[in-house]
Design a protein around this ligand. Sequence first.
Ligand code: ARG
Length: 552
Amino acid sequence: MKDIIANELYQILKEHMTLEEILETIEVPADTSHGDFAFPTFKLAKIIRQAPPKIAENIAEQIDSPIIDEVKVIGGFLNFHLAHAAVAKSMLKEIAKNDFGMSTSLQDETFVIDFSSPNIAKPFSMGHFRATILGDALQKILKQNSAEVIGINHLGDWGTQFGKLIVAYQMWGDEDAVRANPIPELFKLYVRINAEEKDNPTLADKGREAFSKLEQGDTEMHDLWSWFRSVSLVAFGVLYERLNIHFDVIQGEAFYNDALEHVNQLLEEKELLEFDDGAYIVPLEDLPPALIKKRDGSSLYITRDVAAVLYRKQNYNPDHILYVVGHEQSVHFNQLREVIKKMDIDVDIEHVAFGLILKDGRKMSTRRGQVLLLEDIIDEVKQRVLEVMEEKGTAIQDKDQVAETLAIGALKYHDLKPDRNNSYSFNIDDMISFEGDTAVYINYTNARIQSILKKREQVISLDNFIYEESMWPLINHLSTFPSVVEDAAKKYSPSLIARYVMQLCRHFNPYYGNTRIVSSVNVDSQMFLLDLVSKNIVETFRLLGIEVVDAM
Ligand code: ARG
């Protein structure tokens, strides 16, 4: 509807403002009694040098549209009251379409999303959890805008730490224990060698030696590394399955080992490489230099990232590579962007950064003291959901499965709701509340709608739909969905969709409270609307990677 108002204004203001400027200027008044849209004339007043109220009066006189009931001038504002009954049907016609909320805004663009990317032999951290949930939602939102998307798990499976881990395993490792419980056991070994290294520096040398052998392809080292990697992948796979996360490819850092020499050569050819105290660096303006090759010849995190960009460019030819990684790595990605620019590789490097997950005001860790795994955290949330379900006296059959779905949805929604740039506090009470801004509340709203819909069989067609003014907030909100989907993609911001669906439920509840659906004479039209609301909830949840439950 906003675009229709904008067009109406554009016809009058063509000489002074572009359609985009008008669209940007139009506001939605917080108080709906002030109208559906408002147009402040202050910007325009500066251009044509007239008093804002005068301009507003002038424009108001020229407006004549069947969809506008009334234009009120208040000071320098034009307040538009839409003819709700007249526009509701055309809005519903859009909303009821199968492809409602599909956009072609990114039709010709290809994205690589590098997300999740945990480190093998280590617990999946809360940071990796956030990268996983955000990245997954983002890939769905981009696809919804017709982008081509390749989701890649850039597994942390290479680096000097694996030299240490091999040494630790050879000294203290127990094959059966690792097989039974890979990540905690391997991690314990790693923690132990780091601790003992402080009193026994030869351990550090041994670790370096082992890594250098590994880089040279020593079979024994390689077999151990490969085993650590495969048991870790199995453990991560269980978690991904539980969270319903899928990747197009898993290409970890080790995947690029054979391409590193080529990176060095290219950098040398382009005269970007400098020899600095035995190491090779690429000096950068306003940033620390990118360290490409250490004195001992070993490669680095950034070298493998440069190799990954080259590989992706060649194999997927993306316009954008998005890295869903915490803010802590912003220097790294700034360096990577600069190096790629200097190499004349034409691709947009975008660090889709995010804040921390906090507990008691500190960065939340999955490994403080005892090794606590993300699985344990999910189990705890599930347990709490089950308790609340018991309290509420749920009578459903498959309680366990429903609690699992609700718990995972709660965790994901809690993570996606805040702006990704902000940190948030991890709080189980907050994420499972039936009344708060939670996926549980949204699920509960949807389950209520489903139970109402079950009460009647027949479905009417839009032609027989009878509009009631109480429906306006719902219809109006639904009609904004396509622009929210586009915005969320443009800003890489799933939180816009999370907030949109919350607001939809917030509109539903008073509507439901005030409308005696089922006993109303207009029950068929009301059901028609409820069905659209429920479908939209399911669709928004799908875009966020969250599953709905039918009953709870
Ligand atoms: N494994 C890295 C870490 O845990 C994240 C990798 C992010 N992706 C990348 N291409 N650098 O810190």
